[in-house]
Design a protein around this ligand. Structure first.
Ligand code: MN
Length: 363
């Protein structure tokens, strides 16, 4: 059986975004000395400029901002209506302005912002049973990272967002993070790398090709995160620890596995730690990925057996499929077996996030 082209394809989306209220930090009661360090955005001439700790960290043309602000981006009830119109049942929602908290250098301010965001996300987003807001963690002190991870797990978060670059001195292969891996593995809550996040984005290329170059390079640090977590043995030591890369595509996974396996074999004399399982087995069982438009995702999945592939709308962003999701899905899944479509759109999502999509949607 293959997908029929005349009926709505219902999916879960592993990659969407919320827009926090502009006065989130003030609403949360952050004291004035921390408030002035928190990220915010403002319109200047024809651009929207993002600031963090008083410094400009990002800017975007107003035309882009306008293109990605459907009414549902800021109102959770209208959001559900938008998701229904697209055929999206459950949705993992990452932050927007609050993502820039990863660029902070003040430990107390970053930790306060993470807590404030998570409290807001829990009450405003996770109160909708179909929405899975991803928590964020402070990363300037592993002690604070663990404390906030324990807190959000107790609150019932089903996803934790992980920046793809880290503060100076911290890397995902370090033993200091071992207690975090143990905690997430025990809770069965995935660590979700969303591309383009973290304090050290690559330098933007200007001049010929810049738009395409910068877009492509945004996804690369996530591949580095996966390499660190595999090669350091973090995923090998914790078979229940799952990670995902949101918005970074899927078909690079088998190629990265080949590359890591080659290194492990050809440079065996330098390799430590030794892994108990083959790299392919670790990655193919514990690393999930999401794509929105990629033509290669489904053919590569079927040809290589790397099947932890999920689909994501990236609502409401310009890179995503809103408001044309059904057309994109019909095109992607034309001629694809129902079992593969189900795994990509529902099955992997339910397994990774520990939910059960209702039978009438999952059919
Ligand atoms: Mn996204």
């Amino acid at each position: 059986m293959t997908a029929q082209t005349d009926r709505k394809i219902w999916v879960n989306s592993a990659d969407d975004h919320v827009y926090e209220p502009d006065d989130l930090w003030r609403q949360a009661g952050l004291p004035e000395h921390l408030l002035k360090l928190a990220p915010y955005k403002q319109i200047e001439d024809d651009r929207e400029i993002y600031y963090c700790e008083g410094k400009q960290v990002f800017r975007t043309p107003l035309s882009m901002k306008e293109a990605i602000e459907p009414p549902g981006s800021k109102d959770v009830h209208l959001r559900m209506r938008d998701l229904d119109s697209q055929g999206i049942w459950s949705s993992v929602a990452f932050a927007s302005t609050a993502l820039w908290t990863a660029a902070m250098t003040d430990r107390a301010a970053q930790t306060a912002c993470a807590r404030a965001y998570n409290d807001w996300c829990q009450s405003e987003i996770n109160s909708q049973p179909r929405l899975l807001g991803a928590a964020m963690l402070p990363l300037l002190s592993v002690e604070d990272t663990l404390a906030e991870a324990e807190r959000v797990l107790k609150m019932g978060f089903k996803a934790i967002a992980a920046p793809t670059t880290l503060p100076p001195g911290l890397e995902y292969n370090q033993e200091a993070l071992e207690p975090l891996w143990a905690l997430l593995a025990e809770a069965r809550v995935p660590f979700c790398f969303h591309i383009g996040t973290g304090p050290q984005p690559l330098a933007y290329t200007r001049g010929p090709g810049g738009a395409v170059i910068n877009y492509c390079e945004t996804a690369m640090p996530a591949q580095r995160c996966i390499t660190h977590m595999v090669a350091s043995g973090a995923l090998d030591r914790h078979p229940q620890l799952n990670v995902m890369v949101a918005e970074g595509g899927c078909s690079w996974i088998p190629a990265l596995v080949d590359r890591m396996t080659e290194a492990y074999r050809q440079h065996a004399m330098f390799v430590k730690p030794k892994l108990k399982r083959e790299i392919k087995e670790i990655v193919y069982s514990q690393v999930y990925t999401s794509f929105q438009h990629d033509r290669s995702a489904l053919p590569v999945m079927q040809a290589t057996g790397y099947d932890k592939v999920m689909w994501g709308c990236d609502y409401p962003h310009l890179e995503g499929t809103f408001p044309n999701t059904q057309a994109v899905l019909q095109d992607l899944f034309q001629g694809v077996p129902d079992s593969v479509r189900h795994q990509v759109t529902i099955g992997n999502f339910d397994r990774l996030f520990g939910i059960q999509t209702p039978q009438h949607i999952a059919a």
